[in-house]
Design a protein around this ligand. Structure first.
Ligand SMILES: Nc1nc2c(ncn2[C@@H]2O[C@H](COP(=O)(O)OP(=O)(O)OP(=O)(O)O)[C@@H](O)[C@H]2O)c(=O)[nH]1
Ligand SMILES: [Mg+2]
Length: 307
């Protein structure tokens, strides 16, 4: 048992524009893939907690959906979830892409931070993807960002390669309030396994499908059965909004869904460390983007999508 005197524990919200690298950073901090990552925008849909330890501190990282101007119900619910994560955090880390700099989207986030965040709540700047730019550009961007907002600290990182991530974690640890740890020492995520497994399948679908289609689908774990031999039998449903989408998800002779199923199964097996039998079913459900139950399955608040 760890000596629990002098422990610290708190929440760190990772916010930023879609594709900034928030989920990549969360996984890097936790040391395991608990949040899905793709090269496409709007991958993360809900708040995902990952737990990291740094000396006497337990840091609960909260990955959030990207912040952008929401148009549709799902957009609005995602953006509301992200701001909710920021409001509840002890420290906010704003991720900005080094090669894109202070975009209109980043400026809009800074405006909202000024309006919404409790005074005195520290916000750290993490300039991410530094592997993509020259160091001279980084200094200019850091100066520009710090002129625009009073950041508590600035870090230059590559979430993907790991540069600067340890420094950031150490600094965050010192900012955590004193208090007992919220999670057992060996816990790395706070998301039901059924949902993690559904997210892994959604990642494989997102990577394989083009354009708007990934936005128009959602994956739910319907049944999970533990077998005596230690394996798990998992049934998932892929909900699509249109008949035509079903054919695309299945692919010619079911090739697409088969490949997705194999890739997802491998990843779920890897995460669980035991054999998995994964069964995917595609269902057409035209109104799913307006169904409260689909939102709660994703971990979102349906009413946040109103207005
Ligand atoms: N070159 C480079 N690419 C990175 C880095 N960090 C993340 N990426 C890539 O950026 C893309 C987006 O990463 P995500 O972690 O999914 O971004 P996100 O901010 O969670 O995106 P949303 O969930 O859509 O808001 C992926 O293709 C990552 O591999 C980095 O440090 N360097
Ligand atoms: Mg993400």
């Amino acid at each position: 048992m760890t000596d629990m005197t002098g422990t610290r524990c708190g929440f760190v919200a990772l916010i930023g524009e879609p594709n900034a690298g928030k989920s990549t950073l969360l996984n890097r901090m936790v040391g395991a893939k608990v949040s899905i990552v793709t090269h496409k925008v709007q991958t993360t849909r809900a708040r995902i907690r990952g737990v990291a330890l740094e000396g006497p501190a337990q840091i609960v990282f909260v990955d959030t959906p990207g912040l952008f101007r929401p148009r549709r119900r799902l957009d609005r619910a995602m953006v509301a979830a992200a701001w909710g994560g920021a409001a509840d955090a002890d420290v906010v880390v704003l991720l900005v892409e080094a090669h894109r700099g202070l975009t209109a989207g980043v400026a809009a986030i800074l405006d909202t931070l000024r309006e919404r965040l409790a005074p005195g709540r520290p916000v750290a700047l993490a300039i991410n993807k530094i592997d993509r730019v020259k160091s001279k550009a980084l200094l200019a961007l850091s100066a520009e960002m710090n002129a625009a907002y009073p950041f508590a600290e600035t870090f230059m990182i590559s979430a993907e390669k790991g540069h600067g991530v340890d420094d950031l974690r150490r600094w965050l640890a010192t900012r955590m309030p004193a208090g007992p740890w919220l999670y057992p020492e060996d816990q790395i995520a706070d998301l039901p396994m059924r949902m993690i497994a559904a997210e892994m399948t959604r990642e494989k679908l997102t990577l394989r499908l083009h354009q708007e289609l990934p936005y128009q689908l959602t994956v739910e774990t319907e049944a999970w059965e533990e077998k005596k031999d230690g394996s798990a039998v998992i049934h998932q449903v892929v909900y699509v909004a249109r008949d035509g989408h079903k054919g695309i998800v299945l692919g010619r002779r079911g090739e697409t869904i088969k490949a997705v199923s194999q890739a997802a199964r491998a990843e779920i097996e890897d995460f669980l460390g035991r054999p998995v039998h994964l069964f995917l079913q595609v269902k057409v459900r035209p109104g799913w983007l307006e169904e409260a139950e689909r939102y709660s399955e994703m971990g979102l608040d349906f009413s946040d999508g109103n207005g």
